[in-house]
Design a protein around this ligand. Structure first.
Ligand code: PEP
Ligand code: MG
Length: 579
């Protein structure tokens, strides 16, 4: 058994079979071959060994010719390992006696060898592990060849273990079979993490290198609450986690009872709890949890999930579906936030520093036909419900005015063509760049509502990449600098009586509910799965309690103290809640 600590990004616990994607995306599931096919599979294995040996021999000769014999010797060593009769026998036996597929037999046997070398601490022997992985990759490449399959083709439930998953890969995961995932890299604020919550599957990111330790088909536990990954759990651990899964089930049932009840504090303050969605079908998740509306619809996933750019009609249909399902409840559609980690293939090669580059509203304003198409679709859908438009990543007042001008122009156009729409659509902006907070008094005059995007606000305030596990310790909503900015924005909105929401991940974390209510928020937008828990907390406290907590928290000078103080206070109001 091996326990790995990563960053918890999507709650829940799942026990299942590993599906390993290495950096080259190889799929190495535990597959069995039918008895009748064993001989044929052994021949395939033999061909792969022969092809790999030819390849290595070719490299050895070429390198020796170019650089000298001592360099060619590196490949000679690989060749000797590949020709080791004991190794070959072990792999063949796994196919013949255990009926493993050659791919799985190769992967499992070589990774076992590598583990032994790795356990020799440091020194030249430990480094041999890298050579073994090299041989494994080479053999797999020959075995899989064109048969390499993507995770899109899963046919049974699995837990995905990968070096990395991009937001669009995550968005395209087969929801029927993917029960959870773990990645070696990635941070708490990444869109990959956000999509995991949308899919409502447990996920842990930023675990560090571990793929070499595990083979496809092995049993794994993903603990998305604690950020733990357990490889080959022992019986005791397995029993413990079976009980945790059971507890989750009964907790969920209990929370279901809150569905019809309002999110109202003990002293009668009504809190609006809205859902964040990435995909239209999530509207159901919101309604199931009794959401008061959609506070953030991340429309860029229409692009990321599609093979071709969605046209006006496709977008209209998506928005119309969401609006109809929500009835008269508000739906905040955020215009495209493409770029940064949500790059299309064409953009990917162009950006050097994508989070500071042509992303979000900047990209929309640079690509007016695309922007206008989206705005037309939203405005046309406005007759179907209470649609509101929100512009992302606004960093200057002129940028906001430009976006509003494009919207006004689109409306005029629709009017000329006699198409019906609502003229009084409310217009808002995301507050997620420090400059937007610094100039909040100007911005607040220009919009009908504001929504704070802490996921970006944290990274831009603290200069910490939201995707980078190396600096994940610095990426926290508890930082006093972040709290001061949030406080400034809430106060400015309150002064002008403009509604202000918080839609970053922070608002779905129970740790911050008291603080945010105490600061003056009466509206949150969270992942649908977080609605019941946040509602339960709201219903367990008074605003004056929260105000006291916020005042105290705002005097503390570092993130660690603030976070532990907030956790303690939460325990006082909800002692039964397991933290
Ligand atoms: C945010 O930045 O907090 C936000 C809600 O937007 P996104 O996570 O999509 O960048
Ligand atoms: Mg953002």
């Amino acid at each position: 058994m091996q326990k790995l600590q990563g960053i918890a990004v999507s709650p829940g616990v799942v026990i299942g079979e590993a599906f390993v994607m290495d950096t080259e995306g190889f799929r190495i599931p535990r597959r069995f071959v039918p008895l009748a096919a064993v001989e044929e599979e052994l021949q395939r294995l033999e061909r792969a060994f022969a092809a790999a040996a030819d390849e290595i021999g070719g490299h050895r000769d070429a390198v020796a010719r170019e650089l000298g014999r001592q360099y060619g010797a590196i490949f000679e060593a690989h060749l000797q390992m590949l020709r080791d009769p004991q190794l070959r026998e072990e792999i063949e036996q796994a196919v013949r006696e255990r009926n493993y597929s050659p791919e799985f037999a190769v992967s499992r046997t070589l990774r076992r060898y590598a583990k032994v070398f790795q356990s020799l601490e440091s020194g030249p022997m430990a480094e041999r592990a890298a050579d073994i992985f090299d041989i494994e990759k080479r053999l797999l490449r020959h075995l899989l060849g064109r048969r390499r399959e993507g995770i899109a083709h899963l046919t049974s439930p699995a837990l995905i273990l990968a070096h990395n998953l991009t937001p669009s890969e995550t968005a395209n995961l087969n929801r029927k079979f993917v029960r959870g995932f773990v990645t070696e890299i990635g941070g708490a604020g990444s869109h990959t993490a956000i999509v995991a919550e949308a899919l409502e599957i447990p996920a842990v990111v930023g675990v560090g290198p571990f793929l070499a330790e595990v083979s496809g088909g092995e049993r794994v536990i993903i603990d998305g609450d604690q950020g733990l990954v357990i490889l080959q759990p022992d019986q005791e651990t397995l029993d413990h986690y079976c009980r945790v899964v059971e507890r989750h089930r009964s907790d969920a049932l209990q929370l279901e009872g809150l569905r019809q009840l309002p999110a109202e504090t003990v002293d009668g303050a009504r809190i609006q709890l809205h859902g964040n969605i990435e995909f239209p079908h999530e509207v159901e998740h919101c309604l199931e949890r009794g959401a008061d509306g959609i506070g953030l619809y991340r429309t860029e996933f229409l692009y990321l999930g599609a093979a071709t750019e969605p046209d006006e009609e496709a977008q209209y249909q998506a928005y119309a579906g969401v609006l109809k399902a929500m009835g008269d409840k508000p739906v905040v559609i955020r215009t495209l936030d493409l770029g940064a980690d949500k790059l299309t293939a064409a953009q990917a090669d162009l950006e050097r520093n994508p989070f500071l580059g042509l992303r979000s509203i900047r990209l929309s304003l640079r690509n007016l036909p695309m922007f206008r198409t989206q705005l037309r679709a939203i405005v046309r859908a406005s007759v179907l419900g209470d649609v509101r438009i929100m512009f992302p990543l606004i960093s200057t007042v002129l940028e906001l005015r430009q976006a509003k001008m494009v919207l006004a122009d689109v409306m005029e156009d629709l009017e000329e063509h006699g198409l019906p729409f609502r003229r009084d659509i409310k217009i808002g902006m995301m507050v997620e760049v420090p400059s937007a907070v610094i100039l909040i008094d100007h911005f607040v005059e220009e919009v009908d509502f504001l929504s704070i995007g802490t996921n970006d606000l944290i990274q831009y305030t603290l200069a910490v990449d939201r995707n980078n596990n190396e600096v994940a310790g610095l990426y926290t909503a508890s930082d006093p600098a972040v709290l001061r900015l949030i406080d400034m924005a809430v106060k400015a909105a309150g002064k002008r009586q403009k509604p202000i929401n918080l839609c970053g991940q922070m608002s779905g974390s129970p740790t911050y509910t008291m603080l945010l209510l105490g600061m003056g928020f009466r509206q949150f937008s969270v992942a649908p799965s977080a609605i019941p828990e946040i509602k339960r907390i709201c219903r367990s406290l008074t605003i004056s309690q929260c105000e006291a907590v916020a005042s105290r928290a705002m005097t503390l000078e570092n993130a660690r103290d603030i976070k532990s103080y907030l956790k303690e206070e939460l325990k006082k109001v909800l002692p039964e809640r397991a933290n």
